[in-house]
Design a protein around this ligand. Sequence first.
Ligand code: N01
Length: 554
Amino acid sequence: MSRSSRKENLFDVLIIGAGFAGIYMLKKCHEMGLRARILEAAPDVGGTWFWNRYPGARCDVESLEYSYSFSDELQREWVWPERYSAQKDIQRYIRHVAEKFSLLDDIQFNTRVVEAHYKEDQRQWHIKCHDGASFIGTFCIMATGCLSSTHMPDIAGIEGFSGSFYHTGQWPESEPDFSGMRVGVIGTGSSAVQLIPIIARQCRHLYVFQRTANFVVPAHNRQLDPDVEAAHKANYPERRRQSRQTPFCIGGHPAPAHYAHEASAEERNLMYEKKWQTGGAISYLYSYKELLVDPEANETAGSFVRQKIRSIVRDPRTAEDLCPNDHYIGTKRLCLGDDYYETYNRDNVTLVNIRTSPIRQVTSNGIVTDDDDYQLDAMILATGFDAMTGSLFAIDIRGRGSAALREKWRYGPLTYLGLMTAGFPNLFFVAGSGSPSVKTNMVCAIEQHVEWISGCIQHMMANRLAEISCSEDAERKWTDHVAEVGNATLYPTAKSWYSGDNIPGKSRVFTPYVGGLDVYRKKCDDVASSGYTGFRFIGSEDRRLREGFFEVSE
Ligand code: N01
């Protein structure tokens, strides 16, 4: 370890990204007495919550759960104004955490990493940034986020549009004013569902260009009741403990006790109505045990939402266009919205079905479809992200023998526990492919990974180990296991960003581990306590790079 070194650009740990993951990783490095630095492309902390500041941006996990649990003082002192936090409150929170734990001095902002190469002879990562700056670290931690690399669709003529132009994932700080404007929104995923009702209230006319209808259930966001908050905080550590014992790491939603196929149609309707009135995606999908594994059961939950759409949206054709019919509910991210379907009853909102009438081209002043020509003053792309791997592939990452990660993962990510990939020593991924990640409460997933990685680094320090990598065998078995668990559900049946379907040319692989964070945590803990089964270590005093210094067979 290079702990004693004070060379300007030499660190024990280099962390890429200052979102929830990077911030906590840096704090752990401070606790371990390691010299660490975060390199962050944005001018502030927040990661995906920094960039996604479009009107209406809000978390779909409740505030008291979507927050760090590592400090009881922090979780008690912080006051969340709303049931589901707005982007600006989450951003304020992450900033507060960075200040409270004196992390800002070790974050280098406006620094985009473009290259990360492992030098085998030195056992160090050499990092290069867009401005030519370079850094060297013993460990490199990719805290780059799953939804950070925006997807710009390849639509003919799009670069020639002369009006105002935005992407939800790169929203400007200037808070654009749409009053009096004709606005086009392309996309109807979670971001659009939150944005559309707000823009509709501001603009002269809103055209929503929808290719695929999504299921949307109500959020019922509201001010957080101080009594609810006080009761939660009075018992916070115990609530966190209970949350950790659930697959999604979210408390207050007991696992379903019954099967949909055992309930009568009337009982099911009562159940779905209750969930509709309560609000929340997990709550809705937790109506019955088998909703995400059994197509027929799933259909009962999906058809309830379609009935709701038809009862809310007055124009029958618009209502039919809004009814999802190409995927099982919950297999794409179930959108949470307030006033979403109601917005289509406004006189100044038009839904344009670009499945039946595709976009031919964008012109300098609008969008031309097969059937019509829409004049626009502003265009908003809500077209999502090159998820899971996009932010990693944006960096030229090379491991042993200069092997490129982009090449190695050409047919999909290969990881052991989602934490490492063979041939890339001392490189950890936080809450990405091969781990529960986006299929659980992301903050919990991040805390679990950061704590495991920190424990591993401590183990290496205590045992004078300089290098860790995972074996190809462990990686293959784990990747197969992730696929097997996914294939036992309906998730992979949907065309979704979970599987990379939204990015032309990307290999189709459903990469999150959907066995639950509770199960996954135990697997990771068992691996560590059994002497890091499936990982290999090399000692710091062994200058020859021989394998197996601390290898534990499986
Ligand atoms: O992106 P998406 P998002 N022509 O990929 C359409 C998280 N999130 O930013 O389905 C026309 O879901 C595309 O159409 P189709 C959450 O995990 C969370 O909305 O490919 N349309 C789709 O409608 C979420 O799942 C929160 O046919 C094109 C849309 O663009 C994830 O981020 C809030 C197109 C993209 O939807 C991503 O959500 C916001 C094209 N060429 C986001 N290309 C909360 O916590 C794409 N589309 C609440």
